[in-house]
Design a protein around this ligand. Sequence first.
Ligand code: 4AD
Ligand code: MG
Length: 476
Amino acid sequence: NKRVKVKDLLASEATGQEVIVMGWVRTFRNNQFIALNDGSTNNNLQIVVELGMLDENTLKRITTGASLKVTGEAVPSLGKGQKVEIKAKSLEILGDSDAEKYPLQPKKHSLEFLREIAHLRFRTNTFGAVFRVRHALAFAIHKFYNEKGFVYMHTPIVTASDAEGAGEMFRVTTLPFDNPPRNEDGSINFKEDFFGRSTNLTVSGQLEGELAAMAFSEVYTFGPTFRAENSNTARHLAEFWMIEPEMAFYDLEDNMNLAEEFIKYIIRYAMEHNREDLEFLAQRLAEEEKQLPQDKRSEMGLIEKLEFVINNNFERITYTEAIDILLNSPAYKKKKFQYEVKWGIDMQSEHERYLVEKHFKKPVIVTGYPKEIKAFYMRQNDDGKTVAAMDILAPGIGEIVGGSQREERLEKLTERMKEMHIPVEEMWWYLDTRRFGSVPHAGFGLGFERMVLFVTGMTNIRDVIAFPRTPKNAEF
Ligand code: 4AD
Ligand code: MG
């Protein structure tokens, strides 16, 4: 099989050899020039069909979206922007595409329209670039942790526990839909969900990650997680992917250092391996921002922003300092914030974005949050009020990472769990790690789609996951 990928062919610049290419037609001009795309790059391969080579009927079937197998000779191209094109010797139509019915026309479609045809949007330049960058980031994540000797753990999707203790779970049930078992009062007996246990989709792999870290020292998970929150925002999904490293013998400082190094590493990897796609996305973003009023546009282009992020330290502040900055901000004085600002609040996205976009103009790591607004497993600070939490806030996104040093002291942990109505008895297995060889440890969770948003410059989270699950998208 002499099939070559378009990207490799264009990169090699070698001419003279016979090759086979396969892909989908983007455009067909003058019954002579086919722009063929096979998803390896946004650069289409030009196929030249000699006049008279194909019969009328075949020519008519070369339409946008049709799939082709072309055998031909790679020759120097006179067209601008490409060094190689294919002089076709034979051409086979693998699959027709009715031009009248094919929803993708060779023109610019809105992202909203493309969301409705998520099954076809991969065939556009924007989504080609987004999903190749997404792939590169996923690969870089494994590469990063592998180089550091972390063990990749696969944690369960179906579980009986609520890792965050926030009650935002999707129920998983084996109960028959038509005739479920009932309690005496007639309500459905969900205790019978999973062959006699109540189960849900996982909100986080952290707890299992902690168990594994107590043996392997350094582990990470990278898998789908689910939140049954009814939020219709450009930053929330009901199903998203999360990377959760968990490290024994790390304190909060070590945790922050790892998170910062990790984020910079994967951005750098994408910049080195997906330059073309990122430049395409930078251009797309610049055009999109032209529609916005001047003060809503980014100060830096996408590439410039990414370069800035990998070459500068993240700002590190405490929650208390963050609240002070907000209280002293012009935005606060001019009553620009919709939500209240005072010590103790769970910062809203407007507050987080003020800190990173207006005040520091760079990623910010915030530590020492009030314990009331954070999960039960975070290590309590000596002040009795705050926990050793750390969130990383990113420009244009808000919270991208949530993490903490964990409470490794059995007494303190059980006490806190009781206060927060976390079922202590049921979580005996989690507490066992604190009973047998407990050690200081820490970890964090990076929301993968938020990271992809940040790197691609896309503005809606529905556009960086293939098939978004949100309260309004669950069809396919
Ligand atoms: O802050 P969260 O809820 O933290 C945890 O789940 C911890 N167990 C992580 C850990 O310490 N191992 O979520 C972590 C990150 C957030 O910072 C955000 O980037 C992302 O996950 N995230 C979401 N992304 C998309 N849609 C949602 N509904 C998200 N909820 C959280
Ligand atoms: Mg969080």
